[in-house]
Design a protein around this ligand. Sequence first.
Ligand SMILES: [Zn+2]
Length: 258
Amino acid sequence: MASYIKKEQRIPIVYHTDVAVAGCGCAGTMAAVAAARNGVNVLVIERYGFPGGAATAQYVPLISIWNLSPWADEEKPLIGGLAQEICKRLDEVGGSIRPEEAFSAQKRGDFPSIIREVRWELDLRGHSGVGIFVSGGLDEEAVRTLGEAGADGFGVGTYVSCAPAVDFAFDIVEVEGRPSAKRGKLGGRKQVWRCPRCMVDIVRPATEAGPGCPRCGGEMEEMLRPLIRGGEIVGELPEPKEIRRRTLAQIDLMKSQP
Ligand SMILES: [Zn+2]
């Protein structure tokens, strides 16, 4: 077999350490803190000028941790360890409000009011230098409204870069068959039933039988069907021509609705 000899390299040793953590994103930060707390010498190497990775640059994981409501169940929290510590520290300095407050009936979805409250609490505790960043389903109008309420930064994506989206969400709603959703969300697996004649949609728990169409009384069709299972495509993938035909037919149906 043909081969070549790789030249040896002289690699300077600039630092001696017990543990070297490459990358100070969420995982790296946790690894470094955990190692240091166990009494070893730790070196963290980070290519950007700040720790936290996506949590700092895009504010994503912290929002997710927040969603998991670390305080909601003290005995059996959904997150633990350092992530929970960070949430509790944020809570102590007024950098977050508790899920039960954020999602209370009068505030549910009222992000301007939540932002105003967080800003107030932060300022009161001398953290006026801490900015508030919001993300998720933000369109141009939301950016304006939330900016006026005190948001300093925005994570924007699909809603401003693509054609208008109807809506979509990624949330845990069920764990091993048990409904488990954060506040403000309907728990449990669901099925969307649609009447193919009236284009009426109804959402029901997945375990329930399909309802009759409230308009025409006819049978409704299941809209949520598995497309990929175990890495294999198991659903039908219609040709673009067929998708176009079906979409135009549905538009005609919607036009004829009262
Ligand atoms: Zn119908």
